[in-house]
Design a protein around this ligand. Structure first.
Ligand code: PLP
Length: 435
């Protein structure tokens, strides 16, 4: 595969952009090789600057549930742009979008729009601290909630990939308020509550997508809710990735556990920078200008992002079998990958919910970040590189989640499985010929 243009683009980018990328995991650090510079996308496919075609399981890290350059979103954007990009004043569309999110998800009474998932979780934390009048928070090892100071502790994905559990520049005075529990281990959460005695909230990805794909156990989520009530702490469920991805009602719908505050991002912006946090009205009404908790944004709820979000949610609403369809494809993919790996005696753990899926090169089922870290990342890197060369674009880290979009079909999935089988064969052959 010729990737000369991507190589040139990457070298040029590195001169002016740290690491050549505007978000670290994009640099392919953990899998090696050159990140592809993408020129365009259509449906299930992306095309790099050398005009190579890839089946895309990243889908912009989750937002594009209808695939690239979706025509409905495109027309909504073209119309919105004609009326101006941003006013810094309220618009009717913001209320419509918030009403849609609330009606479809059923997870909040009031909501505020922001520009990124990082902002959503950061604001939810501030609100939880103000509401509880307590300072400490509990998060889970391997869960990522964006890069605000309080939450950049034992965060998965990019941090895991680069082996930096937290970042230089984050003051200890801030992270001393962040207690880290073990995912799917309720006793570790109780231990944090006991140690702190001052916990404002627990924040969790109920379907963890940033240590690879690791769903929480149902009982664990129920016990977590009960523990939050026992210690008078709020439960924040971070649905930035799982919201409108795992199902219409996100992870909350699958677990049937109520959150006090919930955060959304990715899908609700249809590919534009848009996120939200919401929850019980009595908590949300503590926000300025009703209450004293300050939170603001120049471009928050801008009409362009809101139009893309609305066009996405209206398509979701009009398509009641969407998530069943996406899950059928996800199940077909992971079953095929597992069987392909098994035929070469390569251990592969797989799982999916709705349109989210994951696979680990691991002997054991993965229940937490320690398990995830036991995965064979060298094997993942080889697999990733070879699949890329065959035109299949998986996320460039073992500690990420894959996404199915509605533009995919069974033929595409079967093509990927066939290629994966060939890759497992090549890897096995290479290993054997080295012995
Ligand atoms: N929360 C979760 C669960 C995420 O997966 C992410 C990003 O991947 C974030 C928060 C941060 O969102 P953003 O990258 O939009 O700031």
């Amino acid at each position: 595969m010729d990737i000369l243009q991507s190589i040139n683009d990457f070298n040029e980018a590195k001169q002016v952009i740290p690491g050549g990328v505007n978000s670290p995991v994009r640099a392919f650090g953990s899998v090696g090789g050159t990140p592809r510079f993408i020129a365009k996308g259509k449906g299930a496919y992306i095309y790099d600057e050398d005009d190579n075609e890839y089946i895309d399981f990243v889908q912009s890290w989750g937002p594009l549930i209808f695939g690239h350059a979706n025509e409905v979103i495109e027309s909504a954007l073209s119309l919105a742009i004609k009326d101006g990009l941003s006013f810094g004043a309220p618009t009717e569309k913001e209320t419509t979008l918030v009403k849609q999110i609330i009606a479809l998800s059923g997870s909040a009474e009031k909501m505020r729009l922001v520009n990124s998932g990082t902002e959503a979780t950061m604001s939810a934390l501030r609100l939880a601290r103000a509401y509880s009048n307590k300072d400490d928070i509990i998060k889970f090892e391997g869960c990522y909630h964006g890069h605000s100071d309080s939450l950049l502790v034992s965060a998965g994905s990019g941090c895991a990939t680069f082996g930096t559990p937290s970042s230089p520049g984050v003051p200890n005075d801030i992270t001393k308020h962040t207690f880290v529990a073990r995912y799917n281990d309720i006793e570790s959460v109780r231990a944090c509550f006991e140690q702190s005695k001052n916990v404002a909230c627990v924040i969790i990805e109920a379907l963890a997508g940033n240590m690879g794909f690791v769903p929480a156990d149902k009982k664990f989520m129920q016990d977590l809710r009960a523990l939050c009530d026992e210690y008078n702490a709020l439960l924040i469920i971070d649905e930035v990735m799982s919201g409108f991805r795992a199902g219409l009602k996100g992870a909350i719908g699958l677990y049937d556990v109520q959150a006090d505050l919930v955060t959304y991002g990715k899908v609700i912006g249809g590919g534009m920078p848009l996120a939200a946090f919401g929850g019980r009205a009595d908590i949300m009404d503590m926000l300025s200008p009703v209450g004293g908790v300050y939170q603001a944004g120049t471009l928050s709820g801008n009409p362009i992002a809101v139009s893309a979000g609305l066009a996405t949610l209206l398509q979701i609403k009009a398509n009641p079998t969407l998530y069943e369809h996406l899950e059928v494809l996800a199940k077909r993919l992971i079953k095929g990958l597992k069987e392909a790996a098994q035929s070469y005696e390569i251990p592969l753990q797989v799982d999916c919910r709705g349109s989210m899926f994951g696979f680990f090169f691991n002997q054991k089922e993965v229940k937490n970040f320690d398990d995830a870290k036991c995965s064979d990342t060298a094997m993942f890197a080889r697999f990733h590189q070879k699949m890329l060369d065959k035109g299949v674009y998986f996320a460039c880290s073992q500690f990420e989640t894959g996404f199915i979009c509605s533009a995919m079909n069974e033929m595409i999935i079967d093509e990927v499985i066939m290629k994966a089988k060939a890759v497992f064969g090549e890897i096995t052959h290479e290993i054997e010929s080295r012995i």
